[in-house]
Write a protein that binds this ligand. Structure first.
Ligand SMILES: N[C@@H](CCC(=O)N[C@@H](CS)C(=O)NCC(=O)O)C(=O)O
Length: 197
């Protein structure tokens, strides 16, 4: 299998953490800049987004949730990364975490537009408020590092991404328990080995 990824992408990192955590063999990671119109990426994913997994049969899988589910469906010994199919509360929380990732990525893009003197304060604020409101909701739900599933992967990847790309956003002020959860998860090798650069 080949995984097209970039070292800063929180979506790609979630997938990179998952295959390490599941101890799957045979995933070759290949760096790819989605903003450089990479021919292999565009051939595999017409959306031009990473992560994109190309299976041994040559099938292209995207987006990150599909890849996570695919990896989780491979034979492994570590217990499922996903919650039960009818656990709607967990499913909604997973959607919330994916949405935080979207808002964090949108925030980063808007900050970049500001650097190029074409940013929108309105969109900057919308993304920022969505991130903070949603992290407060995750905080309120009492998510801790005492259990572990795909939601913990998403949470850790998104808050590390915020620290990496938007260090001025003081999310810890509204989500102090998430800060503790982030620190506790940092010790796991699958996170250490994939820290954003
Ligand atoms: N919904 C997608 C989002 C992936 C995504 O937006 N990836 C970014 C990198 S962090 C990307 O490839 N952006 C390129 C673009 O927006 O053209 C997923 O979950 O995989």
């Amino acid at each position: 299998m080949k995984l097209l990824y970039s070292a800063a992408s929180p979506y790609a990192r979630a997938v990179r953490v998952a295959w390490r955590y599941l101890n799957l063999a045979g995933v070759n990671e290949q760096l790819c800049d989605p903003f450089a119109d990479d021919a292999e990426l565009l051939e595999a994913n017409p959306l031009g987004k990473i992560p994109c997994l190309i299976t041994d049969d040559g099938a292209a899988l995207y987006d990150s949730e599909v890849i996570l589910r695919y990896l989780d469906a491979q034979p492994h010994q570590n217990g499922s990364l996903f919650f039960k199919a009818n656990d709607w509360e967990a499913a909604t929380q997973f959607s919330l975490l994916k949405g935080i990732m979207d808002a964090a990525f949108g925030l980063r893009m808007e900050v970049q537009r500001f650097e190029q003197h074409c940013g929108s304060s309105k969109w900057l604020m919308r993304h920022e408020q969505a991130v903070l409101r949603s992290l407060m909701e995750v905080e309120r739900s009492g998510m801790t590092a005492t259990s572990f599933d795909v939601r913990h992967i998403m949470l850790k990847c998104v808050v590390d991404y915020l620290d990496f790309r938007c260090p001025e956003l003081n999310w810890r002020k509204v989500a102090p328990s998430i800060d503790l959860c982030q620190k506790a998860l940092s010790q796991q090798p699958c996170f250490e080995q994939t820290a954003p650069v």
